[in-house]
Design a binder for this molecule. Structure first.
Ligand SMILES: *Cc1c(COP(=O)(O)O)cnc(C)c1O
Length: 419
């Protein structure tokens, strides 16, 4: 399987990239390779696999759903797994986030949120087509989502200038940046601001505090602008709380995906607050929301998501996240004094070692050689392990990070790389 002649891989220069590793299975925190090796997954398959691979409760739920109803279209028809999941999400989410629109990927959940925001204003008789987004933000690879992704991130250099109207602000963490955000929100035609609460993921695993989000919420309220929270990465425990949006910064629209099904199947949700939904309900058919992915609310994916929520209720996931946080703080701390390291930071089950230059892609093979799957990007080496990882396996991961970073002091810089 080493010849991949028909495949086109993501974020990959196919002409020069090293061959990908063939995978034949996975269990718990381990990915099994075709050559018999096993790698401890340090990044939960792009931050999705929170309960580990093949959790029996999710496997059984999906198998049972496969026997009853693997798929049915979602227009004019509805099914119990989707209804149950929507109700459970509405209960778990803060504030009045109660209307759930399903799709099948994070990027589409963001597209839906952007379209919702623009049409919310149009249905209320206002033309607002622009967005305020934040530096170092990442919201997906489709054109709308890419448009609100920081152009400095390297994700859309090839499409420079080709996007929906937006302006970028710094996160408002001091008086100067707060004033700058205020000025942007006051500009005409701003429909919504979009932010990744607490952690900006693919833009470099950068953290900000809850007060910064509260400042964004307050500023949006002052200017009557909607707030969209992209919790696609932060949702379902990753930052130490079930959702990252604090009670004093509840968004008007919230996006979920990645760990929604425990990493088992593709599913995403755009959740609207009551007042957003209300703007779409009228006697006019043209006020309806015109979006409908073919595989919207796929029953198998909804069954997996319901089973994943069961596990958050039944198993001590949030305590596990707290334990991971404590252990990573302790075990990554020694990296701080290594040459080339500019920062070490941990929030929930995210641990980051930031380097003084982009060396990431050249470090990747060194991790597989140590029996771990870690994929540094840009100037960071980071861990985001499955929450079920035990202390010994986590030590294997943190040790690999410390060793590879200390050896990297000697390696040459290379091109910026993506997650
Ligand atoms: C991954 C991610 C997306 C895009 O999700 P896809 O499922 O890859 O389309 C959007 N926003 C954030 C914050 C993400 O981490």
């Amino acid at each position: 399987m080493t010849c991949i002649d028909s495949l086109w891989l993501p974020y990959t220069q196919m002409a020069t990239a090293p061959a990908p590793l063939p995978v034949v299975g996975a269990e718990g925190v381990r990915i099994k390779l075709a050559d018999g090796r096993e790698l401890i997954d340090g990044i939960s398959s792009w931050w999705t696999m929170c309960h580990g691979y093949g959790h029996p409760h999710i496997q059984q739920a999906v198998a049972a759903q496969l026997d009853t109803l693997p798929h049915v279209m979602f227009a004019g028809l509805v099914h119990e797994p989707a209804l149950t999941l929507a109700r459970r999400l509405a209960t778990l989410l803060p504030g009045k986030l109660e209307r759930v629109f399903f799709s099948e990927s994070g990027s589409v959940a963001v597209e839906v949120a952007l379209k919702m925001a623009v049409q919310y204003w149009r249905n209320r008789g206002e033309q607002r087509h622009r967005f305020v987004a934040f530096r170092n933000g990442y919201h997906g690879d489709t054109l709308g989502a890419l448009s609100v992704t920081d152009p400095g991130s390297g994700f859309h250099d090839a499409l420079a200038g080709y996007r929906v109207p937006q302006v970028f602000a710094e996160l408002p963490c001091d008086n100067e940046t707060k004033a700058a955000l205020d000025a942007l929100l006051a500009e005409p035609g701003i429909a919504a601001a979009i932010v990744e609460p607490r952690v900006q993921g693919a833009g470099g695993m950068r953290f900000h505090d809850a007060a910064t989000l509260a400042a964004i919420r307050t500023a949006c309220d002052r200017h009557g602008v909607l707030l969209i929270a992209d919790e696609i990465m932060t949702g379902f425990g990753r930052t130490g709380t079930l959702f990252a949006s604090p009670a004093d910064a509840v968004p008007d629209i919230l996006c979920l995906s990645k760990a929604l099904t425990g990493g088992t199947l593709p599913l995403a949700a755009t959740v609207a607050a009551d007042h957003v939904f209300a703007a779409f309900c009228s006697e006019r058919t043209e006020d309806a929301f015109m979006h409908g992915p073919t595989f919207m609310a796929n029953p198998l994916a909804c069954a997996a998501a319901n089973a994943s929520l069961d596990l958050f209720e039944r198993e001590s996931r949030m305590q596990q996240v707290a334990a991971i946080e404590t252990q990573m703080k302790l075990e990554l701390e020694p990296c701080r004094t290594l040459p080339g390291v500019v920062d070490v930071r941990v929030m929930g089950a995210i641990g980051v070692v930031q380097l003084d230059r982009p060396v990431a892609a050249s470090l990747r093979p060194a991790f597989a050689q140590r029996g771990v799957w870690v994929r540094p990007f840009g100037d960071i080496v980071y861990l985001a392990p499955p929450f079920v990882i035990d202390a010994a396996d986590l030590t294997t991961l943190t040790t690999a990070v410390c060793e590879v970073v200390s050896e990297s002091a000697a390696t040459a810089p290379c091109l910026i790389s993506t997650p």
